[in-house]
Design a protein around this ligand. Structure first.
Ligand code: PMP
Length: 439
């Protein structure tokens, strides 16, 4: 924490000092620590609609939305009412309860290719369980993932380094064994030839290809036309499964997530899906689901074990269900309109300031790369100007806009972002763009 922060945000600075004494890095999830942008993380004490308020009483228009879940904005009255009602009836029973049935039914109704779904408590649990299930179903050991795609902190899926056909991933995190990553092939995103070559080199040995439905954890990198469909085709030709990770995109990009945008329309389908974020509306919920014949292998019906003390928690499922029920066609139209407005404002401000940049998006999910080439994969994403982003981020923060504290993250709008919120963003952008230009 800088001296300046001790003066300008003393309460956050004090909380951060206390946090660092008792928690590694002072945070419970690393990107919150502001490491790549510098400075003191803001400790938020409340949220309302499109706004967050920090411990120093400063207010921010929030473009992070808790990294996706707060798609209806903070403290949405319908979500709060559902949570209050559920909480009043008891916090957890450790038995089946009606809310989890209703949430599962809502997911299955929205995504026809999800015939059965199992609820968990995080996106990480969802992907971990999905790849276990894929291995159990196929009896095969290997998983294909793409560099730059994030699927939570599952040991084997932390392998992101390395590229090229049949390159075995190296551990990206200490504590992940080489034996674990040896069973994961890390390929460049948007490179179908690399996927074909991987299958050709290991026929009958790949259990699943896991991909983000839209790569959005290296900034937003849309799948090239035909990429997702090609993954399904290549995987299926070898008897492997396609796992579409819709933890970020699910029920955000549209009523049926990315599935509704490419797969359903083009007539192909992933075998398994993972969800999180929006389906919990801000409380811990994840899910994985898909083909009934694959899901049938899960315990108690089948031999693939998976469980959770708080899985299907009544309060969490109530928040998720209320959030999904708030996401009607009008809500998606609103998300589109707001994200378009913010994108255009940011694009114009950066252009006016002469900052090289690329705005990339799918539906309402977007990010801005500080570079002057289109970004199709992780190598390109890493070539952006992160120092420029840090200067931009801090100028926006000072002007009351909370952006992701990393150049490699998507920007999230909510249905609660109104003209006033967009106005704050519009006023902040020109100065921030000039700060980026000077960096
Ligand atoms: N998959 C994707 C695509 C994600 O974006 C994330 C989280 N950002 C995860 C999985 C992991 O979810 P969680 O943080 O809830 O474990």
């Amino acid at each position: 924490a800088s001296l300046a922060d001790a003066v300008t945000v003393p309460a956050s600075a004090e909380l951060f000092a206390r946090a660092r004494r008792v928690t590694p890095g002072g945070v419970n999830s690393p990107v919150r620590a502001f490491r790549s942008v510098g400075g003191t993380p803001r400790f938020m004490v409340s949220g309302s609609g499109p706004r967050l308020t920090d411990a120093d009483g400063r207010s921010y228009v929030d473009l992070v939305g808790s990294w996706g879940p707060m798609i209806l904005g903070h403290a949405h009255p319908d979500v709060l009412a559902a949570v209050h009602a559920a909480a009043s009836a008891g916090l957890s029973f450790g038995t089946p309860s009606p809310g989890e049935v209703a949430l599962a039914e809502e997911i299955v109704a929205r995504v026809p290719a999800v015939e059965q779904v199992r609820l968990v408590s995080s996106g990480t649990e969802a992907t971990m369980s999905a790849i276990r299930l894929a291995r159990g179903f196929t009896g095969r050991p290997l998983i294909v993932k793409f560099a730059g795609c994030y699927h939570g902190h599952v040991d084997s899926l932390l392998a992101a380094a390395g590229s090229g056909v049949a390159t075995f991933g190296l551990p990206d995190s200490a504590g992940v064994t080489a034996a674990t990553t040896a069973e994961v092939l890390v390929l460049p995103y948007n490179d179908l030839d690399a996927v074909r070559a991987a299958f050709a080199a290991a026929p009958g040995r790949i259990a699943a290809v896991i991909t983000e439905a839209v790569a959005a954890n290296m900034g937003v990198v849309p799948p090239a036309p035909g990429f997702n469909a090609g993954l399904a085709e290549v995987a299926h030709a070898d008897g492997a499964l396609l796992v579409s990770d819709e933890v970020m995109t699910g029920f955000r990009l549209g009523p049926a997530g990315m599935y509704g945008i490419d797969a359903a329309r083009e007539g192909w389908s992933p075998d398994l899906f993972t969800f999180g974020k929006v389906i919990g509306g801000g409380l811990p919920v994840g899910a994985f689901g898909g083909r009934a014949d694959v899901m049938a292998l899960l315990a108690p019906d089948g031999p693939v074990y998976q469980a959770g003390t708080l899985s299907g928690n009544p309060v969490a499922t109530a928040a998720g269900l209320a959030t999904l029920r708030g996401l009607d066609d009008a809500a998606y139209a609103r998300l589109d309109a707001t994200s378009t407005a913010v994108r255009i404002l940011a694009d114009d401000a950066l252009t006016a300031a002469g900052v090289p940049h690329r705005v990339q998006r799918v539906s309402n999910l977007f990010s801005i790369f500080f570079c002057d080439e289109p970004v199709q994969d992780y190598d390109a994403a890493r070539r952006q100007d992160t120092a420029g982003y840090a200067a931009f981020f801090h100028a926006m923060l000072d002007a009351g806009v909370y952006l992701p504290p990393s150049a490699f993250e998507a920007w999230f709008v909510s249905t609660a972002h109104d003209d006033k919120a967009v106005d704050v963003i519009a006023k902040a952008l020109p100065g921030a763009a000039r700060a980026a230009a000077r960096a």
